[in-house]
Design a protein around this ligand. Structure first.
Ligand code: PLP
Length: 417
């Protein structure tokens, strides 16, 4: 595979202070305190390279894509389309034409639900998901099940927050027409063994969709090694702008899928008697897209590729180990999700303190953590809780920030006592 010279991996260990200087927002204060941003699983912060790419696009290149022959139109199209090549390289896709631009994971999963699954589903069929899915990987399936008479089946997890793989495999019965699994849980940080799940699905001829929203920022994704059928990513968690994302699908699926949205950009010829459609991926990309956003996403991919996933993952693994150990020492703190394979995402509860109250008090200390159900009601039900707190880290976080977060937690607990 060609290595893009602008994305050659930097040498040496991860220089976290230098990395932080690339993220202007990390230098701000909140309520007069230095910001400690531990909500990257919700959305990541953006490096200057992304902010500048979007700014530059609007200042110097702005035009609509794939329509105009003038210079600006061609430059805009080429900048926008270059992100398709970058995404294809990023996930090791066999072809750029298998990358469908979407507004995020939600749109990508809905596209598969309505264009791939719905026409194939009939009463008695099932779709298999897991107990740890985000609502974006549950509700679209429920909607197409309702329309078709199919049913949803749920593969269970254990108390540590790991998928029980044997049960998942047992549930792959002939009525299952598609399985849909998170690569990484947004609540627990669990990394699912996607390659072995794929193998089991393929043996039985069941297509597998992988929700890669939370994997993109932490893991090197190689869809050929994973062996799945569909892979969804969202750009804003991957240091890119909101409103960007992709669906990767095997070419044979894209060829067989009818368009989902109709409009400009996705046609070959329109007559009142009938319309013929463009080839994939364009037949799924009706209307004017988030052009500047995708240019920014391209810059984000270049940025993380320059750092290199090996280096990034090494620092994140150290952060996770440091935070987990420190949190285990906090009296009354319960970590929810202790899988053997995790990204640096830690959900937790503190005895006697309501998650929202704690998050609000932590905010006053400059610490941004998320509290709530994290768009995973069924997972909250499994653990018998209404909400958790979640500290989610990225490669730009430091050990000092983790220590400051633990110290802030001790201070705010006193206020709640
Ligand atoms: N899936 C997972 C695991 C997520 O964490 C999220 C966002 O939090 C989504 C899907 C939905 O992503 P988006 O809202 O960007 O489409």
């Amino acid at each position: 595979m060609n290595v893009n010279p602008s994305t050659r991996v930097e040498e040496g260990p991860l220089d976290v202070p230098r990395i932080r200087a690339d993220f202007p927002l990390l230098a701000r204060t909140v309520h007069g305190k230095p910001l400690i941003y531990l909500d990257s699983a919700n959305t990541s912060q953006k490096p200057s390279a992304v902010i500048d790419a979007v700014d530059n696009f609007f200042r110097h290149t702005n035009a609509n894509v794939a329509r105009a022959v003038h210079a600006l139109g061609e430059e805009a199209t080429s900048a926008y389309e270059s992100t398709r090549d970058k995404l294809a390289r990023f996930i090791n896709a066999p072809s750029r034409n298998e990358i469908v631009f979407t507004s995020g994971t939600t749109q990508a999963i809905n596209l598969v639900a309505y264009s791939y699954a719905l026409p194939r589903l009939k009463p008695g069929d099932t779709i298999l998901v897991t107990q740890m899915e985000h609502h974006a990987n549950i509700v679209p399936w429920q909607l197409v099940c309702e329309r078709s008479g199919a049913k949803l089946k749920v593969a269970p997890i254990n108390e540590a927050g790991e998928l029980i793989v044997e049960r998942f495999v047992e549930l792959l019965t002939p009525e299952v027409k598609l399985a849909a699994v998170a690569h990484v849980s947004n609540v627990l940080g669990t990394i699912n063994p996607v390659a072995s799940l794929s193998r089991e699905c393929r043996k039985r001829g069941i297509p597998l969709l992988v929700d890669g929203s939370q994997a993109g920022p932490h893991l090197r994704i190689d869809i050929r090694a994973l062996g799945c059928d569909f892979y969804a990513l969202t750009g804003h968690k991957l240091f890119g702008p909101t409103g960007t994302g992709m669906l990767w699908a095997r070419r044979e699926h894209l060829d067989a899928m009818p368009p989902f949205f109709g409009g400009g950009e996705m046609i070959r010829e329109v007559r009142f008697e009938g319309t013929t459609f463009a080839d994939p991926p364009h037949k799924f990309e009706a209307g004017t897209p988030n052009i500047a956003g995708f240019v920014g996403l391209g810059a984000a991919l270049d940025y993380v590729e320059r750092i290199g996933f090996e280096k990034l993952a090494a620092h994140e693994g150290d952060l996770l180990a440091h935070a987990t150990e420190a949190m285990r020492r906090v009296p009354g703190l319960r970590i929810i999700g202790e899988a053997a394979e995790k990204v640096p995402v830690i959900s937790f509860l503190i005895e006697g303190a309501h998650a929202h109250d704690l998050a609000t008090l932590l905010d006053h200390e400059g610490v941004a953590v998320r509290s709530g159900h994290h768009c995973a009601h069924p997972l909250m039900q499994f653990y018998g809780v209404a909400a958790t707190l979640r500290a989610s880290m990225a490669f730009y976080n430091t050990f000092d920030e983790i220590d400051a977060f633990i110290a802030a937690m001790a201070r705010v607990r006193k206020l709640l006592a």
